[in-house]
Write a protein that binds this ligand. Structure first.
Ligand SMILES: [Ca+2]
Ligand SMILES: [Ca+2]
Length: 229
């Protein structure tokens, strides 16, 4: 009899153990019945671009400075970079969490000049000598200075849940060959939104045009670059 009781206890023990085992297995079986749809959203890249009001990329963004009249004195013309139809966009899809900087520089480098159609007439964009009215130490023998000022521009957060907090517009700065070859127009601190899309318009540009500069149409190419901090 004692032997049977022990046997009964032994069987009960086994049953209990199995019950616990079933309790562990059950949630796994249930999980396998659930259909899981998975999708990966890649972060993409930090990017700067010029887009119109419908967010279509503008293939060849172009901005005009105010016209000047041939003058026997050094003079200044003004214009803006960034308009409603040519917005300077920055996209940060969560890949530059320490912040970023948006800068502008001459596309062809610091030795660039404003050029007329045939490149027969030109003037400088980065000579600060006498506020750009005289040629300085650089090797181009041309006067002229460009000043960029983003502080009067308008920065818009173009997204559902980002803001312009912790993004600072650049202050007025002049190109100075070999010293200031690139000018900051936006600086996003680490506290700025990691996932955000913004656009800037109304960046002021002033250009000193040397005295007696030949009447013609002149152009210079600038490139806007966004760099992760
Ligand atoms: Ca120069
Ligand atoms: Ca010069």
């Amino acid at each position: 009899m004692a032997k049977n009781r022990l046997g009964t206890k032994a069987v009960l023990g086994v049953v209990l153990f199995l019950a616990i085992a079933v309790g562990v297995v059950l949630p796994i079986v249930k999980a396998s019945d659930t259909t899981q749809l998975s999708q990966t959203i890649n972060g993409g890249t930090l990017a700067a671009d010029t887009k119109d009001a419908s967010r279509n990329t503008v293939a060849s963004p172009s901005f005009s400075m105010g016209a000047a009249t041939l003058s026997f004195d050094c003079q200044t013309t003004s214009g803006t970079i960034g308009s409603n139809s040519q917005r300077i966009y920055v996209n940060n899809p969560g890949v530059a969490n320490a912040g970023w900087t948006l800068t502008i520089a001459a596309t062809s480098g610091a030795s660039t000049l404003w050029q007329n159609g045939g490149s027969t007439q030109n003037y400088d964009f980065n000579d600060t000598t006498t506020s750009g009215c005289a040629d300085g130490a650089d090797a181009d023998s041309k006067a002229g200075r460009m000043t960029i000022d983003a502080s009067a521009g308008t920065l818009i957060a173009d997204c559902a849940s980002c803001s312009t907090s912790n993004i600072t517009k650049g202050s007025s700065s002049a190109f100075d060959q070999g010293v200031t070859d690139s000018i900051t127009i936006l600086n996003a601190a680490a506290g700025s939104d990691d996932v955000g899309r913004w656009y800037l318009t109304g960046v002021n540009v002033d250009q000193t045009v040397p005295a007696e500069q030949a009447a013609d149409s002149y152009t210079v190419n600038l490139t806007v670059t966004v760099t992760a901090s």
